[in-house]
Design a protein around this ligand. Structure first.
Ligand code: BEZ
Ligand code: FE
Length: 290
């Protein structure tokens, strides 16, 4: 008689599920029992060898080792590249309320970046000058004064300050506020497409599976306003070649914007002190009331 008969596999699964039956917290009980059922089903379906299972464990161990408290979070990268981050996002924003669509947070946010004035330049490295401006409103259309827009983007070399220690830490980062009419304005450089970090286990996984690591050019926003739900999103350049194949599946059509070419000295250039030709993107955000 062969070992590992199907019935005894199923009995094992039910035994492990039952071991969590007295978990006092009902939600934790549901999560643990469901996790066991799904992992067992995965193992039953794929029948890994012991060597394969050890390499899965090594992969997860390496993923944990590539995490720190500031700029590297390989587990977020793993969740993002497997589409889990966007699935969690979708589940938590199921109801269309008229608020701006959300997308992945990503691993490169840094708290406590400089407060910046309306129209202040946050770029201290080279690039094509650009101004991004618009309104922040509630879903009922009322402009929100004093909303805080925490923004971050990569430099032209495709790296974020903090990740790239050659850049000053506040480069291409800042906290802007809306004025009394709910308007914001950011002077910056045109964002570029960039590869997510490939020097860790996630990079190896992408390589081994024939996937590219590129993200389309975008500017990150986390917007907070009293009485409103925090909005975490990006604004993407609508001309980017990777919009259809984002390595982390974060693109939504409503989050694309055109960076229009503008001549030196026009009305908008004077308003934002832009010297020479520049690009202008206009994007309005809508927040849910909390
Ligand atoms: C980002 O856009 O910063 C990002 C998002 C997910 C994974 C890696 C980077
Ligand atoms: Fe990014």
């Amino acid at each position: 008689m062969t070992k590992g008969h199907d019935d005894s596999d199923a009995t094992l699964t039910e035994q492990v599920v039952a071991s969590f039956a007295r978990t006092p917290d009902a939600r934790l009980r549901t999560l643990m029992q469901s996790l066991v059922r799904h992992i067992h089903a995965f193992v039953r379906e794929t029948e890994p060898t012991e060597a394969e299972w050890m390499s899965a464990i090594r992969f997860l161990t390496q993923t944990g080792k590539m995490c720190d408290d500031v700029v590297r979070q390989e587990f977020i990268l793993l969740s993002d590249t497997l589409g889990v981050s966007m699935l969690v996002d979708a589940i938590n924003h199921r109801v269309a309320t008229g608020a701006t669509d959300t997308t992945v947070f990503g691993p490169f946010y840094i708290e406590g970046m400089p407060e910046r004035a309306y129209g202040e330049n946050m770029a201290f490295t080279d690039g094509s000058p650009a101004v991004v401006h618009g309104h922040v409103r509630s879903t009922d259309g009322i402009p929100i004064p004093n909303a805080v827009l925490d923004v971050w983007q990569t430099a032209q070399n495709g790296m974020y300050s903090g990740q790239d220690t050659a850049q000053p830490l506040g480069n291409l980062r800042g906290r802007y506020r809306t004025d009394a009419e709910g308007r914001y304005a950011i002077v910056t450089i045109l964002p570029v497409s960039y590869p997510i970090p490939t020097d860790g286990p996630v990079g190896k996984m992408l390589d081994a599976t024939g996937r590219h690591p590129w993200r389309p050019a975008h500017l990150h926003f986390m917007i907070d306003a009293p009485g409103h739900r925090t909005l975490v999103t990006h604004v993407f350049d609508e001309n980017d070649q990777y919009l259809g194949s984002d390595a982390v599946f974060g693109v939504k059509p409503s989050l694309m914007v055109r960076y229009r070419e503008r001549p030196a000295g026009d009305e908008c250039a004077r308003r934002f002190n832009m010297s020479g030709p520049y690009r202008e993107a206009q994007y309005d955000f809508v927040l849910d009331r909390s």
